[in-house]
Design a protein around this ligand. Structure first.
Ligand SMILES: O=c1ccn([C@H]2C[C@H](O)[C@@H](COP(=O)(O)OP(=O)(O)OP(=O)(O)O)O2)c(=O)[nH]1
Ligand SMILES: [Mg+2]
Length: 147
């Protein structure tokens, strides 16, 4: 169990903290901290504040992921899905909502717009070498094994 601290950004005391909607939900739903409802036209994307900032242990990252219901019903996804929240980021978590649907999408204050999933990060050190080991796959990729 990891302890993650959450701070509400000023003016957002009325909003709920990121919340799991079932006992073992992977995601903590994020709410829109827009002052007034805003509209995202079809094809447009907008940066939406969530009203929180985080402090998590360095072994973790947080991913911001779309909600499947909004994707299925309204074509709403995230421009950079999954968004990456670094453990040393102390700013407000924001979400780049992208309307791939055919109708304008209205974001209301307090609406659940995305979800935060915490992940373990392996510690990695990068080393430059002249050559890599050979494998059967080699450089084959991008569908080279067929459909
Ligand atoms: O969907 C997102 C993605 C990022 N961030 C914040 C947290 C993250 O730690 C920081 C930087 O994100 P990223 O590394 O993806 O963006 P960048 O374009 O590389 O910016 P930077 O140069 O600040 O790292 O922005 C969000 O709030 N929401
Ligand atoms: Mg970066």
């Amino acid at each position: 169990m990891y302890n993650v601290k959450i701070c509400k950004t000023p003016g957002n005391d009325d909003l709920s903290l990121p919340k799991q909607m079932s006992a073992a939900a992977a995601g903590f739903d994020l709410t829109a901290a827009v002052e007034e409802a805003i509209t995202i036209a079809p094809g447009e994307w907008k940066l939406i504040p969530t009203g929180i900032s985080l402090e998590m242990p360095e072994q973790l990252e947080a991913q911001v992921r779309p909600r499947s219901g909004l994707a299925l019903k309204h074509g709403i996804t995230l421009m950079n899905s999954p968004g990456t929240i670094d453990a040393d980021y102390r700013g407000e978590v924001k979400v780049i909502l992208h309307n791939l649907g055919h109708a304008p999408f209205i974001v209301h204050r307090g609406e659940r717009i995305a979800q935060l999933v915490f992940q373990m990060l392996p510690q990695v050190k990068i080393t430059e070498v002249a050559e890599l080991s050979s494998t059967v796959r080699g450089a084959g990729g991008f569908g080279h094994t067929g459909k």
